[in-house]
Design a protein around this ligand. Structure first.
Ligand code: PLP
Length: 406
């Protein structure tokens, strides 16, 4: 079992007050708080170990380079990847997916080719494909979720046609918490020569991931949700796909030689990494992933499943609250609207007064909002350091909000 009390002590911000009340941080779907080990690594990175990477021959540059490069192994282990050279550093999922759209999509897709998306995708996994639609005539095909928010993998497989080249899909919805059976989708896609990009922004935080077992081609993660620094991240790209890709951004590390008339690229993964990177951010991400692995992803998943079950039972007892997405094995992410409340923002403002931090809005998921027939929801999203007592505080704050609106 997870020792949540001890884990909470690792996160200094969790002991602060907000609006005179102990902080109940339930906005983890947007960004997670940082443990002291990550804060220390970032401080040390700047205070004692900072220099630019790769280019220097002096002590500090070599030290920073070694620490920065070692994170590839940590990420590979975290994702179950065979080879750290399949890890491309990014500033987060948005950059990872844009890299695939431009780096793989542009040279490998032609007008009329199809990309399948689920209606639950985050804008970061929609807009880069819209670029291809607008600029290259690629067709986007949408697959709906059912009334419970579940996505039947067979519906995705049935959408595959002769022109389908890519399925780009989330493994866990940032709005509904729905977990998608990506493995079944990947196995059918592979048989038909269709590539699969998995948006692991949410799933990798809450459940063990193994990209080799999943059988996908691309798997994107974002560091700030993984208890790491903002603007850190990575995308795992299968070697065969890397070989099919053109560089994304130009400059710095991605270059081998530049002359007036010619350029040659560095080898992957550096071929896809341009300019001075987020050196300290990436080092901090390595520490964050080590921290998670030491705790154990199975234990984190089990704790969050018990939080989810407790929250489901409590939230379902509020008959004036409409919780979107009711699949039983979902992540501990709850989006809801409330009878009488004008806008989700009003609910979140009242919760904030009670120290409860949630998010309100469209959650960068326009097509899902359209599908659900709502313009915005309030979202409470849990992490490994949350407790059942905090679920109770959420419920109390919701009851207060309801009393005010009724
Ligand atoms: N995909 C999902 C499912 C997300 O939840 C998010 C962040 O909210 C993203 C992509 C984008 O991540 P980032 O803004 O860190 O690039």
């Amino acid at each position: 079992m997870l020792d949540v009390k001890t884990i909470r002590q690792d996160f200094p911000i969790l002991s602060r007050e907000v609006n005179g009340k102990p902080l109940v941080y339930l906005d983890n779907g947007a960004s997670a708080q940082k443990p002291q080990v990550v804060i220390d690594a970032v401080t040390r990175g700047y205070a004692e170990e900072y220099a630019n990477v790769h280019r220097g021959l002096h002590y500090l540059s070599n030290l920073a380079t070694d620490k920065y490069e070692a994170v590839r192994d940590v990420i590979a282990t975290f994702l179950g990847a065979k080879d750290p050279e399949e890890i491309v550093y990014t500033t987060g999922t948005t950059m990872g997916i844009n890299l695939v759209s431009y780096g793989w999509g542009v040279p490998n897709l032609q007008a009329g080719d199809e990309i399948i998306l689920s209606v639950m995708e985050h804008h970061a996994n929609i807009v880069p494909w819209h670029f291809l639609r607008e600029r290259h005539g690629i067709v986007i095909k949408w697959v709906d979720v059912d009334a419970t928010g579940a996505l039947d993998p067979q519906k995705v497989i049935d959408a595959i046609g002769p022109k389908t080249k890519l399925i780009a899909i989330t493994q866990m919805s940032n709005v509904l918490g729905t977990v998608v059976d990506v493995k079944t989708i990947c196995s059918a896609a592979r048989e038909q020569g269709v590539r699969v990009l998995v948006d692991g922004s949410q799933s990798a935080v809450h459940m063990p991931v193994n990209v080799e077992e999943l059988g996908c081609d691309f798997f994107a993660i974002t560091g700030h949700k993984l208890y790491g620094p903002s603007a850190s991240g990575a995308i795992w790209i299968r070697k065969e796909r890397m070989a099919e890709m053109q560089p994304f951004m130009g400059g710095g590390d991605m270059i081998r030689e530049v002359s007036k008339d010619e350029i040659t690229w560095n080898d992957p993964p550096m071929k896809f990494e341009a300019g001075t990177p987020g050196i300290v951010q990436q080092i901090g991400l390595g520490v964050a992933l080590d921290y998670m692995m030491q705790i154990g992803m199975d234990k984190i998943a089990a704790h969050e499943a018990s939080l989810r079950d407790y929250a489901v039972q409590k939230l379902n007892g509020l008959n004036w609250l409409q919780v979107q997405g009711q699949t039983p094995d979902k992540g501990a992410i709850f989006s809801f609207t409330m009878d009488g409340a004008g806008h989700a923002h009003d609910i979140s403002t009242i919760l904030d007064k009670k120290g409860v931090a949630v998010r309100a809005g469209h959650h960068c998921a326009g097509p899902l909002m359209e599908h659900l027939g709502v313009s915005a929801t309030c979202r409470a999203s849990f992490a490994m350091y949350n407790t059942t007592e905090e679920v109770d505080k959420l419920i109390e704050a919701l009851e207060l909000a309801h009393d005010l609106f009724a």
